[in-house]
Write a new protein. Structure first.
Length: 352
């Protein structure tokens, strides 16, 4: 009996090894914006669809068991929100899979958060961010909550209620002050909480004026401490200080370069440039704080550097740019190439 088990296991291991096959290395594409002869400012790096793309490897016996049992949950279905923390972890909300994927290449770790427990799953996870302690905050636009998990994905607490949140979407955390900002798209305002869940104040209201919003979606915090919010139906970006005072805004409706059609994700690089994804234009546009267009990268398509409904965007401390390419079922990763000169201006954002 024991001999039969050993032989069977050996055969399975051999079959598993053969089925995996040698990994074929793809030739790395060198894609930059603007194209030559202009000096490049944005470089395409790679795409993320599974842990393998970040060289996160499972142990042999775990892979063997999944091969035998046919269990594997690694692919992205519809990534929407993305966040990259200081330690190199990448967090992705998947609205179709109703989950949050956590990639940790530094510690060779990957796991999926599906909900509070086996019975209480996430319904529509949108925004994701982490605090100074590594806790993971996830907004759910249907259950009207922000759920908090520890760094290993174990549920800790929830923030909000049916009475205080209507449709929470984008979130951002000021780690220095321990403040959570939640965009409520349906209520057209920004909710401000302490990290233990105490509601501090509400910023903004419905409308088209300064400091008023019409279906805002995502939010980012600049190094200047100001809040940068995509005011989607007002087709603009509004800048608000921490006290809720209006600072400025830019953007105009249109389908040309420098216009906004359906702005969603927003992020800011180390030099203060503002990156905005647009699900209709299907590109990423980069502006300065005055609203001057600096550069556009990406276009509609399925190849590297092309998008199909780009949504969330996050920029890490080392200026890697993570874009949720929703309908292409992937995250695309780019890098801002710092030269000390900033991003130049010119025709369609090309450097002269």
């Amino acid at each position: 009996m024991k001999k039969t088990i050993v032989i069977t296991l050996t055969l399975l291991m051999a079959l598993f090894t053969i089925s995996m096959g040698p990994k074929v290395e793809k030739k790395k594409e060198h894609i930059v914006w603007p194209p030559p002869p202009w000096e490049p400012r944005i470089e395409f790096l790679y795409s993320i669809t599974t842990p393998d793309d970040l060289q996160i490897r499972k142990g042999f016996f775990r892979r063997l068991w999944e091969f035998i049992a046919g269990e594997s949950r690694e692919g992205l279905v519809k990534p929407f929100g993305v966040f990259a923390d200081e330690g190199g972890r990448v967090y992705l909300t998947d609205t179709a899979d109703q989950s949050v994927h956590v990639f940790d290449p530094k510690d060779n770790n990957y796991f999926v958060i599906e909900g509070i427990d086996k019975k209480s799953r996430l319904t529509s996870p949108i925004g994701v961010a982490t605090d100074a302690g590594g806790n993971i905050y996830v907004s759910d636009s249907v259950t009207r909550r922000v759920y908090v998990f520890n760094e290993k994905g174990k549920f800790v607490r929830e923030i909000g209620s049916d009475n205080t949140m209507q449709r929470p979407t984008g979130i951002a955390i000021d780690k220095a002050s321990g403040t959570l900002y939640v965009v409520d798209t349906l209520a057209s305002n920004i909710l401000v909480y302490s990290l233990d869940g105490k509601h501090i104040k509400t910023i903004g209201e419905y409308g088209g004026g300064n400091g008023q919003f019409n279906r805002p979606t995502f939010i980012a915090i600049g190094k200047d401490g100001n809040l940068y919010i995509t005011d989607t139906m007002n087709v603009s970006v509004q800048i608000i200080d921490k006290n809720g005072k209006f600072v400025g805004k830019f953007g105009k409706r249109g389908d040309g370069t420098g216009d906004l059609a359906n702005p969603r994700g927003i992020a800011i690089d180390s030099e203060g440039h503002i990156y905005i994804t647009d699900t209709i234009l299907e590109a990423v546009q980069i502006f300065d704080k005055s609203g001057q267009l600096l550069l556009v990268f990406g276009r509609r398509g399925t190849n590297s550097g092309e998008f199909a409904l780009p949504a969330g965007i996050s920029i890490s401390n080392d200026d890697k740019i993570y874009v949720a390419d929703s309908y292409n079922m992937r995250i695309q990763v780019f890098r801002y190439l710092r030269t000390g000169k900033g991003i130049g201006k010119g025709e369609e954002g090309k450097n002269k």
